[in-house]
Design a protein around this ligand. Structure first.
Ligand SMILES: [Zn+2]
Ligand SMILES: [Zn+2]
Length: 126
């Protein structure tokens, strides 16, 4: 499911180590009006977290498997939350979609699948 976004896209990857910074109000967002924010959790590999972010954001095309995965992927699970700020015109204005993510842990492989498990409205923006 893809929604065409009319504002600038902004990514934020939240690794466990960054939780404190995020909570204290620091933002990794760039641009005047951050609109889409994707937070990946439960993925220790920063490169994989970035790949998951880009995939959910629709910026990269997934290659089905790397050469090392001819006999199958080594998969692990993570979670991603995509928040589209000010998506609705009435409060609560923001849309938050949670995905279950399955990815291949091999560095040569871009295999990622994600399943939407919830879609809720949140009121993080006025
Ligand atoms: Zn693989
Ligand atoms: Zn918001």
């Amino acid at each position: 499911m893809k929604v065409k976004k009319m504002f600038s896209k902004t990514l934020a990857i939240l690794m466990a180590i960054c939780t404190l910074a995020q909570m204290s109000g620091m933002s990794f967002a760039v641009g005047d009006e951050p609109n889409v924010e994707i937070v990946v959790s439960g993925v220790a590999d920063e490169q994989k977290a970035q790949l998951i972010t880009d995939t959910i954001n629709g910026e990269i095309i997934i290659s089905p498997f790397g050469i090392a995965c001819i006999f199958g992927h080594t998969t692990a699970k993570g979670r991603a939350i995509e928040t589209t700020h000010r998506y609705y015109s009435t409060a609560p204005k923001c849309r938050q979609i949670t995905y279950d993510v399955v990815y291949c842990t091999r560095s040569s492989c871009n295999y990622i699948t994600y399943t939407q498990i919830s879609n809720v409205r949140v009121s993080c923006c006025a």
